[in-house]
Design a binder for this molecule. Sequence first.
Ligand SMILES: Nc1nc2c(c(=O)[nH]1)N[C@H]1C(S)=C(S)[C@@H](COP(=O)(O)O)O[C@H]1N2
Ligand SMILES: [Mo]
Length: 356
Amino acid sequence: MTLAGSGEGISREELQLAARNHGLHLEALCYPITPVGLHYLLIHYDIPEVDPGEYRLELGGRVSRPLSLSLTEIQARPAVELAVTMECAGNGRALIEPHVVSQPWLQEAVGTARWRGTPLRPLFREAGLEDGAVEVAFAGLDQGVEGGEEQRFERSLPLTDAMRPDVLLAYEMNGLPLPPQHGFPLRLLVPGWYGMASVKWLSEITVLDRAFAGFQQAHSYRLRKQEDEEGVPLGRILPRALMAPPGVPEFLTRQRVVEAGACLLEGRAWSGFGGIESVDVSPDGGRTWSPAELEHDLDSPWAWTAWSFEWDAPPGEHDLWCRARDEAGNVQPLKPEWNLGGYANNAVQRVSVLVR
Ligand SMILES: Nc1nc2c(c(=O)[nH]1)N[C@H]1C(S)=C(S)[C@@H](COP(=O)(O)O)O[C@H]1N2
Ligand SMILES: [Mo]
């Protein structure tokens, strides 16, 4: 990662990334399940073209019986459907100072889908884990150059996390085959973890007897303040609440314009550390806070929770904030904490509105 000079805007390179990797249109927070085209996207390299007839998933490494499965064989296995909220670890990056040069997300790198697939765990039993197995690496079919290294997109999980019963090999999203941009024909799905763990276009699973040293694991997607620091790999999603921006936007600035009087503020909140315990709303830039009403409208422990708040909007300019707390006691901070990759910035959302 590089830093732009202070006062420098988004570069052409960042604009190029932003045009390929779009976020959730925040008004789409009204849907419990995000329609596929509105779900955020993060694609490091190119979307690979995959022939489903030729496709195979290989599982090898520290196992006694390596597996090679066709898509039809994977789809014939026991299936599970699970609503999961996924968020990019870089969500909030563009709001961090000093500016971190990468995909310039504001706060919209999130979405919830109904994923259908087969649990990963039984494959390990069939393949027979050998002594010393501690970690599992997952490789996608997509390739590129990053940090000067030619690579496939690869990430690993500690074996205990890879063995969680809700970790899926997913081949459907919202009742349809995965679209190319979301990992056709197969992706890993790690509920509760930032998106980088859910490897798309999954082609190879390797059981390891040591820590995986691939670029996305050992260098990228780690929380650290300095290049020479080891840091920790990103894992679970920190809590966040977002509101569907009220009223109507001004085209260029996206400043919200709202009619005076009763205004229902609505949004969603999520955390990878368990359920959402509360969402608080401040209609006056953090001076006073009141609890929002929660509605758990999805039957999944890994999907976001809807919230709403009755606001009596007085004329003038207002700064609306919202803040989530999860069942583990994590609360969103008011200010971002800087780190080298611009990751995990879950500082509260601030929506400026003009009430007329
Ligand atoms: N093979 C592969 N898997 C990948 C990525 C990628 O670039 N290549 N991006 C990761 C990142 S950083 C995120 S946030 C999620 C995004 O998933 P989505 O595009 O389906 O929303 O996929 C992850 N899996
Ligand atoms: Mo990401």
